[in-house]
Design a protein around this ligand. Sequence first.
Ligand code: UT7
Length: 330
Amino acid sequence: MKKVNASITAVGSYLPPKVLDNKTLETMVETTDEWITTRTGIKERRILEKGIGTSMMAIKAVKEILEKTQLDPKQVDMVIVATITPDMHVSATAAHVATEIGATNAFGYDLQAACSGFLYGLSVASSYIESGRYQKILLIGADKMSSIVDYSDRNTCIIFGDGAAAVLLEPNYEGLGLQDEYLRSDGIGREFLRIEAGGSQLPLSKDIIDKKKHFLFQDGKNVFKYAVSNMAEASYNIMQRNNLSNQDVDYLVPHQANKRIIDATAQRMGITDSKVLMNIENYGNTTAATIPLIFSDFEKKFKKGDNIILAAFGGGFTWGASFLKWSYNS
Ligand code: UT7
């Protein structure tokens, strides 16, 4: 029997039209366009209107795939939504997305691994496909970060944005698709990046909300330190493990949190800037959506057989790198 890999066979995305640029942020918190640009590489981000949940962006991203591929949604086996901003804590956003797109034969659930959500989701979805149990899985990275960001906190509001992107995963028998992964987590991270309230440990109350504990908190300097070393190390490890030289790597598709973290990773890998794909300037950090948004924006660049390294670091902490061989020409 031929070995089965899980490969991405289509991509789709959705970004809300409303733009929040650095100049506007200058009027909201003590910051400057120059500081944000030089420290993060971000110029603007997208913001979804109030009262609309993450699922709307996820549904639009998937609909692009369905239109492109003419796939009958009834053939979809499974829908995974990687997100830290589900529509509601209960029930699963993925179940709603599956129903709305007409995937009536699918089951769906949400996966929470913050900025590494897409990498972890790729691991889960690929395992189902490699096992032979399921053939068509929609993996969506979607986050409405504006729903958990405090727009008076310059440590977070300058970085994050809203967006969604989806991939269709299917079996590949030519040796293309996901080849290897190196995934890690370390619970020390919740000291530095968290939403303290709203969970089982500290349910919401008026007092808690007055203290703004329902918003995202980030100790940026410490997160940065861990992110730089771990994302670079994971990317380097996966190259070593698969005997990939810097010449062999065609593209790095990194999580878009801070251009300086991406640059450090590329440097550790010894790859040239032209191989490093970025759209952080336009969307900021969309958490689980950053990596599939790169696939969507740069899809035309990819050629069948390209060696691509994915890398992420985020809350938890969670982090890792994956190696995949692209499976189609578009
Ligand atoms: O994706 C999930 C994981 N998240 C990340 O990977 C984010 C990791 N962290 C970062 O990207 C960076 O730490 C930040 C962009 C959040 C902050 O950049 P930094 O270079 O680490 O800044 P800092 O916190 O060390 O602050 C440097 C200076 C400080 O002033 P002093 O003490 O040197 O006078 C801050 O008060 O910059 C000041 N500062 C700002 N100034 C203007 C901090 N934030 C801002 C701001 N605008 N928004």
